[in-house]
Design a protein around this ligand. Structure first.
Ligand code: MLT
Ligand code: MN
Ligand code: ZN
Length: 286
């Protein structure tokens, strides 16, 4: 787990909420984290990044298996994008040092990033600099299934194209019968998602906001969690109550979410329900 936070990170540069203030004061009640990114591998040699956060450079440096093994090399075999939000994609533009990249994404997400984007030309400097592939073309022995999740197009594309199921997906990553379900942005839980959770060993789910009106109550915004296509944690705890996965982990946690504070009632409630909070530097073997 290279980054556990929602867009903005924790603390967020322009935020003085109670959590962000505690983080800046180095309070033991909270742990700062960078924006969402997970690295995974079947063999410890070839690695994949799940989402490309604006903090990708320091995230790669933070984990030795992602470092080059020779003068020009990267063990990063591919990057998977779950949607076109900038906190998931902007990092691609930071990987422009003339290195071939393979990116797995839906057609909607690819078009949203590539079309009419003059900055994308930095990744078109030589033929084959970026190879876009569907999730179904993941290299063996890993398989990846993309499942549409209730969501929306990225903010900067709103109103440009009609909404499509490929705008926002969750992934089920499978290797030797072990399954990881990763849904870092979801406005709800479809039957197909629920089936994926019920057969997964580990579930990652949208932990952006605790409540619908979190930003409004704090005076930090006008939009409800639902307007941003994030199911609040107080709802998902109920909706996902019966999920039996060995590990259930909230990810993409916004800095305003009260559960980030170890001393909070909300944190106790999450942990009592068997959920963990993702943290930068967390490692696991399935
Ligand atoms: C989200 O998770 O809702 C987006 O990252 C918001 C944004 O693009 O600022
Ligand atoms: Mn986000
Ligand atoms: Zn904050």
């Amino acid at each position: 787990m290279l980054g556990a936070a929602a867009g903005g990170g924790f603390p967020q540069w322009n935020c003085g909420c109670a959590n962000c203030r505690k983080a800046r004061a180095r309070s033991p009640d909270v742990t700062p984290c960078t924006q969402e990114c997970l690295a995974f591998s079947a063999d410890g040699e070839r690695w994949y990044l799940l989402n490309a956060s604006p903090e990708i450079r320091s995230q790669i440096e933070s984990f030795a298996p992602l470092h080059p093994r020779s003068a020009r090399h990267s063990p990063i075999a591919g990057i998977l994008l779950t949607n076109g939000d900038l906190d998931h994609c902007l990092g691609l533009l930071s990987l422009r040092e003339s290195h071939p990249l393979t990116v797995h994404a839906t057609d909607e997400v690819r078009r949203g990033f590539v079309e009419d984007n003059v900055l994308y030309r930095t990744l078109e400097r030589f033929p084959g600099q970026v190879t876009w592939k569907p999730f179904s073309e993941m290299a063996a022995p890993l398989t990846v299934q993309a499942i549409p999740a209730p969501g929306k197009a990225p903010l900067h594309l709103e109103g440009r194209a009609s909404p499509a199921p490929g705008d926002n997906v969750g992934l089920v990553i499978e290797h030797r019968g072990k399954r990881l379900a990763y849904f870092s942005g979801a406005a709800g839980v479809s039957p197909e998602m629920r089936a994926a959770f019920d057969s997964a060993d580990c579930v990652f789910f949208d932990g952006t906001f605790w409540s619908s009106d979190e930003l409004i109550t704090l005076g930090l915004g006008t939009r409800r969690a639902e307007d941003m296509a994030h199911l609040p944690v107080e709802s998902s705890l109920k909706t996902l109550a019966g999920v039996k996965a060995k590990r259930k982990i909230y990810i993409h946690i916004n800095n305003t979410n009260p559960m980030l504070d170890r001393t909070s009632r909300e944190r106790r409630q999450v942990e009592a329900a068997g959920w963990e909070l993702a943290q930068d530097g967390m490692e696991m073997e399935l």
